[in-house]
Design a protein around this ligand. Sequence first.
Ligand SMILES: *[C@@H]1O[C@H](CO)[C@@H](O)[C@H](O)[C@H]1NC(C)=O
Ligand SMILES: *[C@@H]1O[C@H](CO)[C@@H](O)[C@H](O)[C@H]1NC(C)=O
Length: 316
Amino acid sequence: MSSAIDESLKGKGQAAGGWKSWSLKKRLLIIGGGLLVVVAIALGVGLGVGLTKGGSDDGEVPPTSGGKVTTAEWQPKPGTTWQIQLLNPLNDTSLDVEVFDIDLFNNDKSIIDELHQKNRKVICYFSAGSYENWRPDKSKFKDSDLGSTLDGWEDEKWLNLKSQNVRDIMASRLDMAKEKNCDGVDPDNVDGYDNKNGLDLKQEDSADFMMWLANEAHARNMSIGLKNAGAIIPAVIDNMQWSVNEQCMQYDECDKYAAFVDKNKPVFHIEYPKGDDTNNNDDVTTQQKDKACEYNNKKFSTLIKNMKLDAWFQKC
Ligand SMILES: *[C@@H]1O[C@H](CO)[C@@H](O)[C@H](O)[C@H]1NC(C)=O
Ligand SMILES: *[C@@H]1O[C@H](CO)[C@@H](O)[C@H](O)[C@H]1NC(C)=O
């Protein structure tokens, strides 16, 4: 793997600091009171739900959008143990966990079959909402599919989730996942609405896209989870088999994701206490670990990881 790829995968899927701090700032303003309501309505961000719930930040899409719900054969339980390694192909299948989340493109079917022989389930990661300029199918995207560059990820651009061409490409990626025997998929970057995406993407667009993608995955006998995207949980949760969340403790959002546990679905939860730039094999401090692991008592499947999502991890 070239260093360019390594660099691109660093902190894969982790939203850049920018929008998270925007979100936090906005939340503080919401608590602050009324004036914001006017602004928010003007912005059309559906703040009402957020206000009545008190803790929820950017409003939520109600559970009706996006259409029909289909079922998946594989429904893991809350507390399922897992590992996520997106940097480099997996080359060690000995870890004693129930689920592996690995990159769809970088891993061969043989490693997935090997995991299956050891009774593991495999979730295959790909970016569904961003164009990555190093993927083998990159030439299929049209210029009109592409929006702004992701903040902090200069090799990626937001994708128009409403584009039929984008959906066709993502359906091909699901075919690839099926061919490789993935049990489920982990589609990343579906929260363009929360970023300067350059495509006027709204929460509803993400909800509609995730409902579509879930039904496509289910039709291929694969399960699917929602990556981050807290605002669309109510809209899509019934069609999702799990949540993959980054940093809900750090940003005080874990209550929102606990909705999955309430529906008997796991939250595959990652915290990065070392921050953006420290990637090593050292354990974090007890204090950092205790904070990261708070929702482990509420059946979250919490892992402490390096931002670059290499093989290193620390359990609760
Ligand atoms: C596994 O992959 C890592 C990262 O690419 C590499 O450093 C290590 O040498 C590999 N181990 C084996 C046994 O191939
Ligand atoms: C559907 O997927 C599940 C979980 O991966 C697997 O156990 C089952 O054998 C699959 N069914 C078919 C018909 O392929």
